[in-house]
Write a new protein. Structure first.
Lengths: 442, 330
C-alpha cells in the first residue's frame, strides 16, 4: 500500500488544516466567536451547514487515495472509490432507467433459438428476480421497508444520544438533526437498493449515475475551494497594497485589474486551458497517468478561474483599505513609528477580514456554477473527469433522444441544487452575522 | 463643457489607450503561446499533408511570417514597428480589423452580428431590470413578513440553479414537449424573429432574476433605513407613497448607475445563451473563433469588448456625478 495523493488532494488537505487552525484561533477571540455563534443560531445555517458537511466529507473521502501493492494497474483508488467498488463492478452495457430490471432500449436478443427485438434483462439490475413482472414491485417495497426500519432505528439511537448530550445547547440543533436524519435515511435507502439495482439508473456506457454524481462532488468542491484559495491572496495582497500605499502602486494594480476584467473571461480561460493542453501534448512524460493529467487540468482551471475572479474582491478591499488608512488609530500607529508592514498586518488586514470572509463564502457557489458552464462550453475540466458540467453536457443530447433519458439531468440538478443552495444559505447567514451594515438593518 | 470635464475626459481617454495597448499585448501573447502561426496555417489549410511551401505562402498572405514583437533584421524604430504585433495593433485603433483567417472582412461581420446580439440582449436587459426592480419593491413593501421571507427564499433558490438547467429544461419543455417554439436558430427579420428570440430572452431573464431581485431589495432596504424616510413618515405620509415615491427615486440612482456600465456590453451579446440557441450574434462569433483558433477575430472581438467595457466605466463615473453633484469627477 502506497499513498498516492494528487496535487489537488494535497491542497484540499492543506485547506482543511488551515481551516482547523483558524477555527482554533476564532474560538479564542471574543468578537468573531460571537459572530459565529450568531451564524449557528439560525436554523437555515444549521441545516445548510449539515448538508455542506456531508458534501465535504464525501469530497474528502475521495481525496485520500493509495495504490495497492497486489493490484494490477497503477491507478490509485480513493476511499470513496473503494467504498463504491460494487457500483463500478455492477456496470451495465447501456442506458437503464432508475431501479429498472430491463434495459432501456430494445435490442436483438436470442431467445429459444429465435432472434427477437425486445428489452434485454440487465446484467446487474434486478438480476436476482426469477419473475420480474410479478416480483419487482414487492422486492423494491421490501427492500425500502428494510432500509427504512434500519434507518429509523439508527436515527432513534442517535437522536436519544444527542438529546442527552445537547440538552443544554442553545443552538437549534434539532433542525440540523432532522436534516441529518433525512440524509441518513436517503443514504441507507440508496445503499440498500444498490445491492440489487441501479438507484439512479445508468448512463450511455452503463456506469451508475449515482456513482458519477458522487464522484462529481469532489470536482465541484475542489473548484470552489481551490479557486477561493487563489482569489484570497491575490485580492487581499493587491487590494491592501493599492489602498494603503496609493501612488504608483495603486496605479499599477488598478491597471492590472482593469486589464483583466476587460478581457472576456471565457477567452482567458479557453486560452489557458488550450495552453495547458498543448503543454501536456508536448511533454507527455510529465504526467504518468490519465488521472494525473486530468488533475493537472483541474488545478490549472482553478488557477485561471481565480485570476479572472479576483478583481471584484480586490476592488472592494482597495476601497476599504483606503478608508481605513485615513482613520485616527492608523495615523497614531504611524506616528509611533510602526512600519507599513506592521500597520498592514496588525491594523488593516484584521479589520478587512469580515469583508474577505463574506465575499469568499459568497463566491464559492459562483465557482461551482461556473465550472458547470465552462465544462459545458468545453473549456472546463477534462471530459473524462466526473463533474456536474460534464453530466449536464451529456444530458443535453439525451434529452433530444426518444424516449427521453431524463435521469442524468435530474440527478445533476438535484445534487447541484443541494450543494449550491446550502452554500448560498450558509453564506447569507455569515453575511448577516459579520456585516455591520446588515446587522444595523435588522 | 467646463474645463474639469475636459480634463476628466482626456485623462480617462489616455488611460483607456494604455489599457487597450495592454489588452492587445495580453491577447497577442496568450494566443501565440497557444498556437504558433504554423499550427494556425495547418488548421486552416486542413489535412495533415500540408507542404511547408503552402504554410509559408499562407503565412505570407496574412503577414504571419513576420517576427512577433521584435524584428532583429530591421534597423532603428523599424525593429519594433515592422512586427506582427505593432502592425496589427495599430490598425485596431482606427477600427480596421482586417480579414479573418477564412478571408471574410471582420468589421462588416461584426456589424452584421451586432443586430441579433442586441435583439437578444436589449429586451432581456430592459425587461429583466424592470421585473427585478418591481419584485424587489414588492418585497421591500412587505418586508419582515411571510411574503418577504418566501420571496427571498425563492430568489435564493433561483440563484442556486445553474443557468444551464434553464436552457436545457426550457428547450426541452417548450420546444420538444409542447412544440411551441423552435429549439434554436434565428431569422433575421420578419414576423418569425420573435419565435426564435422568445425562449432565449425568457431564459436570460429568469437566470438573472433571483440575484438581481435580491441585490435591488438590499438597496431598497438600506434606503428605507435612512433619515429622510423617517422624516417623510413623521410628516404623515403613507407607507405606499414613502416607498414608491421617495425610496424608489433615491434607490434608482445606484441601481441605474450600476446598470450604465452594462449597457455598452450589451453589444457583445451573451456568450453562453447565443451559442446554445445558435443565434448568429457577437457572443457566438467569439466562441466560434476560439474554437477554430482564428486569431484575427479573437483579437478584434476582445478589442471591441474592451473598448465597450472602458466606455461603460467612463459612463458610470459620469452618471454618478450627474446623479449626485457631491461626487466630483477626478
Amino acid at each position: 500500500m502506497k499513498l498516492a495523493l494528487l496535487p489537488t488532494d494535497w491542497l484540499m488537505w492543506v485547506v482543511v488544516l488551515v481551516v482547523l487552525f483558524w477555527v482554533w484561533r476564532v474560538r479564542r477571540q471574543a468578537l468573531s466567536s460571537q459572530n459565529w455563534q450568531k451564524v449557528f443560531m439560525r436554523p437555515a445555517a444549521m441545516v445548510s451547514g449539515v448538508v455542506l458537511a456531508c458534501f465535504v466529507s464525501v469530497a474528502l473521502l475521495d481525496s485520500v487515495r493509495w495504490v495497492d501493492a497486489d493490484r494490477k494497474g497503477d491507478a490509485a483508488l480513493s476511499v470513496l472509490d473503494r467504498a463504491l467498488e460494487p457500483l463500478v463492478k455492477a456496470r451495465e452495457r447501456r442506458y437503464s432507467a432508475p431501479l429498472a430490471y430491463l434495459s432501456f432500449r430494445k435490442e436483438s436478443i436470442d431467445r429459444d433459438g429465435q432472434t427477437v427485438r425486445d428489452y434485454p434483462r440487465l446484467k446487474f439490475g434486478g438480476a436476482h428476480l426469477q419473475d420480474p413482472e410479478g416480483q419487482w414491485a414487492r422486492d423494491i417495497t421490501e427492500r425500502s421497508a428494510k432500509a427504512l426500519a434500519k434507518g429509523l432505528a439508527l436515527v432513534f439511537v442517535i437522536g436519544l444520544a444527542l438529546s442527552w448530550l445537547l440538552r443544554k445547547s442553545p443552538y437549534p440543533w434539532r433542525w440540523a438533526f432532522a436534516c441529518f436524519s433525512l440524509l441518513l435515511l436517503l443514504a441507507i435507502w440508496a445503499a440498500e437498493l444498490s445491492a440489487a439495482y441501479h438507484v439512479l439508473g445508468t448512463d450511455r456506457t452503463g456506469n451508475s449515475v449515482l456513482w458519477i454524481a458522487l464522484k462529481s462532488i469532489r470536482t465541484a468542491l475542489v473548484i470552489g475551494v481551490l479557486t477561493t484559495l487563489v482569489v484570497l491572496p491575490l485580492a487581499l495582497g493587491l487590494g491592501v497594497m493599492a489602498g494603503y500605499f496609493r501612488g504608483w502602486v495603486d496605479e499599477v494594480i488598478q491597471y492590472v485589474y482593469t486589464l483583466l476584467s476587460s478581457i472576456p473571461d471565457v477567452l482567458l480561460i479557453a486560452a489557458a486551458v488550450l495552453l495547458l493542453q498543448v503543454t501536456i501534448d508536448k511533454h507527455p512524460e510529465l504526467f504518468a497517468t490519465a488521472l494525473e493529467r486530468s488533475d493537472a487540468r483541474l488545478l490549472f482551471l482553478c488557477l485561471i478561474l481565480g485570476i479572472t475572479a479576483f478583481t471584484g474582491l480586490c476592488r472592494l478591499i482597495r476601497g476599504e483599505a483606503m478608508k481605513l488608512r485615513e482613520l485616527e488609530y492608523i495615523q497614531a500607529a504611524r506616528a509611533f513609528g510602526v512600519s507599513s508592514f506592521g500597520i498592514i498586518t496588525k491594523h488593516i488586514v484584521p479589520n478587512l477580514m469580515h469583508i474577505v470572509l463574506i465575499s469568499l463564502v459568497m463566491q464559492f457557489s459562483g465557482f461551482v456554477l461556473a465550472e458547470a458552464v465552462l465544462s459545458y462550453v468545453g473549456v472546463g475540466v477534462d471530459p473524462k473527469t466526473p463533474s456536474f458540467g460534464v453530466m449536464i453536457n451529456t444530458a443535453r443530447a439525451e434529452l433530444a433522444a426518444t424516449p427521453v433519458v431524463w435521469w442524468t439531468l435530474v440527478t445533476a440538478f438535484v445534487f447541484m441544487l443541494m450543494l449550491v443552495l446550502s452554500a448560498n444559505l450558509f453564506s447569507d447567514a455569515v453575511r448577516d452575522a459579520f456585516d455591520p451594515r446588515a446587522r444595523q438593518r435588522q | 463643457m467646463s474645463s474639469p470635464w475636459l480634463r476628466f475626459l482626456s485623462r480617462k481617454l489616455l488611460y483607456a489607450f494604455a489599457v487597450l495597448i495592454g489588452i492587445n499585448l495580453a491577447t497577442f501573447a496568450l494566443f501565440f503561446q497557444v498556437s504558433s502561426p504554423d499550427d494556425m496555417a495547418r488548421l486552416q489549410l486542413g489535412g495533415k499533408r500540408v507542404t511547408p511551401d503552402a504554410i509559408a505562402k499562407w503565412k505570407a498572405e496574412r503577414g504571419y511570417d513576420r517576427p512577433l514583437y521584435y524584428n532583429a533584421n530591421a534597423s532603428g524604430y523599424a525593429r519594433f514597428t515592422d512586427t506582427l504585433f505593432f502592425d496589427s495593433s495599430l490598425r485596431m485603433f482606427i477600427f480596421d480589423f482586417g480579414r479573418a483567417d477564412s478571408g471574410r472582412d471582420i468589421a462588416s461581420e461584426i456589424k452584421r452580428r451586432a443586430g441579433p446580439s442586441l435583439a437578444l440582449a436589449l429586451p432581456s436587459f430592459v425587461v429583466g431590470l424592470g421585473l427585478s426592480i418591481s419584485f424587489a419593491l414588492g418585497l421591500a413593501f412587505f418586508r419582515a413578513s411571510y411574503v418577504d421571507f418566501w420571496g427571498s427564499v425563492a430568489c435564493v433558490v433561483l440563484m442556486s440553479i445553474s443557468s444551464l438547467f434553464f436552457i436545457v429544461a426550457g428547450q426541452f419543455l417548450f420546444s420538444r414537449l409542447m412544440q411551441l417554439l423552435p429549439v434554436s436558430g434565428f431569422s433575421p427579420a420578419g414576423a418569425d424573429a420573435w419565435r426564435f428570440l422568445l425562449l432565449p430572452i425568457l431564459i436570460a431573464i429568469i437566470g438573472r432574476l433571483g440575484a438581481e431581485t435580491r441585490f435591488h431589495r438590499s438597496i431598497f432596504l438600506e434606503e428605507i433605513g435612512k433619515d429622510y424616510v423617517r422624516t417623510a413618515r413623521a410628516k404623515g405620509l403613507g407607507e405606499g407613497s414613502v416607498l414608491f415615491v421617495h425610496v424608489l427615486r433615491n434607490a434608482l440612482i445606484p441601481i441605474l448607475s450600476a446598470s450604465v456600465a452594462i449597457i455598452p456590453l450589451l453589444f457583445m451579446g451573451s456568450l453562453i445563451t447565443e451559442s446554445f440557441f445558435s443565434i448568429p450574434g457577437l457572443g457566438s462569433y467569439l466562441i466560434e473563433a476560439i474554437g477554430s483558433q482564428d486569431f484575427a477575430i479573437v483579437r478584434a472581438m476582445v478589442f471591441v469588448g474592451s473598448v465597450l467595457y472602458i466606455l461603460g466605466l467612463i459612463l458610470t463615473d459620469i452618471s454618478y456625478s450627474l446623479a449626485d453633484p457631491r461626487i466630483r469627477l477626478q
